[in-house]
Design a protein around this ligand. Structure first.
Ligand SMILES: *Cc1c(COP(=O)(O)O)cnc(C)c1O
Length: 336
């Protein structure tokens, strides 16, 4: 079976660099959504804890439960808890709209997401007072206010525009917190790209995903954590002009040795990279990528499919995030 190697040294190296930017390990909230960007939720939670990370961000209540023992603080981005699966006092839940507020069980720890310009989730800055008032009426415990950038990775003024919007939100939220008698709030807005753009990071926390996995674009100081290998199923000699795979898309230009390896689109290889993908050691993928396997001009027992998701993603016209989260959870993951 294809397998994944997770490089702990690289992960710790990335966390060293990130904590220099946040100025403290305690301000790093490692983003573990989507099976920790395909790396493996429990493996990444375990290594994060070993490094001394105390905060995590996940998508669902289920994931929060799975990593509860590893962290002191867990933020759930995308699910409202039922009373029955309220996990623990470590878990905070995101309010993504005004209408959602009444659906949270009383006494839930919550953080309010504010739409500072992405126009995806969150209450509008103009709805802030209404949100505070409904949260108080619903008996929820508001601990934080946060936002998300739509273009922190693009060198346009949008990033500063959203920062300015959020700055005003923070001022108003501080005043409202006093007025409603709340404890001081936690504020955060940075994802990886935003943290690496900040000259002088000074928020309470940064939500760091792709940088900790070493795949932040235009950054070669960070080191990719995940590499993926596949194992050979069979080898054959292809005569000149014979074809490979479904639809016979590849035609041998000369007699060639072709091997078939056990990693296909069903496992997370992006099919659109078919017949053009070049592996890190130079082997060329030929023919259409199948569900459970793919052919390469190679004969080694094992093949390194990728060691930097950014490079692999470019060949499939996508981003490292998609390449990584496509990797199925049943692929074996080993920490070295
Ligand atoms: C995914 C996500 C992040 C992490 O983004 P990266 O670019 O991977 O650092 C941060 N905040 C929110 C709300 C997210 O959904």
């Amino acid at each position: 079976m294809a397998y994944i190697i997770l490089n702990k040294n690289n992960f710790f190296h990335n966390l060293d660099i990130i904590s220099k930017r946040t100025k403290s390990k305690d301000k790093i909230a490692i983003v573990l959504k989507d099976n920790a960007y395909g790396h493996g939720l429990l493996q990444m939670a375990e290594m994060s804890k070993e490094y001394g990370i105390k905060k995590a961000v996940v998508r669902s209540c289920d994931d929060a439960k799975k990593v509860e023992d590893f962290f002191d603080y867990i933020l759930v981005l995308g699910e409202i808890p039922e009373i029955s699966n309220r996990v623990s006092t470590k878990v905070r839940y995101t309010i993504n709209s005004l209408e959602a507020i009444e659906r949270f069980p009383k006494n839930t720890l919550v953080e309010l997401k504010v739409d500072s310009g992405m126009h995806r989730n969150g209450v509008l800055p103009s709805e802030l007072r209404e949100a505070f008032s409904r949260i108080t009426d619903a008996g929820l415990i508001l601990e934080g206010v946060f936002t998300h950038h739509r273009a922190a990775d693009e060198l346009t003024s949008e990033w500063s525009w959203q920062n300015d919007n959020f700055k005003r939100v923070k001022e108003e939220a501080k005043t409202l917190a006093e007025e409603f008698g709340l404890s001081p709030l936690r504020f955060h807005s940075a994802n990886s790209a935003s943290l690496f753009r900040s000259e002088n990071f000074n928020e309470d926390m940064a939500r760091v995903g792709i940088a900790s996995y070493g795949c932040l674009d235009d950054n070669d100081e960070l080191k990719p954590v995940l590499s993926l290998y596949a194992k050979k199923i069979s080898t054959r000699e292809l005569k000149k002009s014979q074809r490979v795979g479904y639809g016979g898309r590849f035609i041998a230009e000369q007699n060639s040795i072709i091997s078939n390896y056990d990693f296909g689109y069903g496992d997370g290889f992006l099919r659109c990279a078919s017949n053009k993908y070049i592996a890190p050691n130079g082997e060329r993928q030929v023919g259409t990528i199948s569900m459970d396997n793919s052919s390469f001009i190679a004969k080694t027992d094992e093949i390194l499919i990728f060691k930097d998701a950014r490079v692999a993603a470019k060949q499939a016209d996508t981003i490292s995030y998609e390449m990584l989260t496509s990797l199925k959870s049943y692929i074996k993951r080993e920490i070295v």
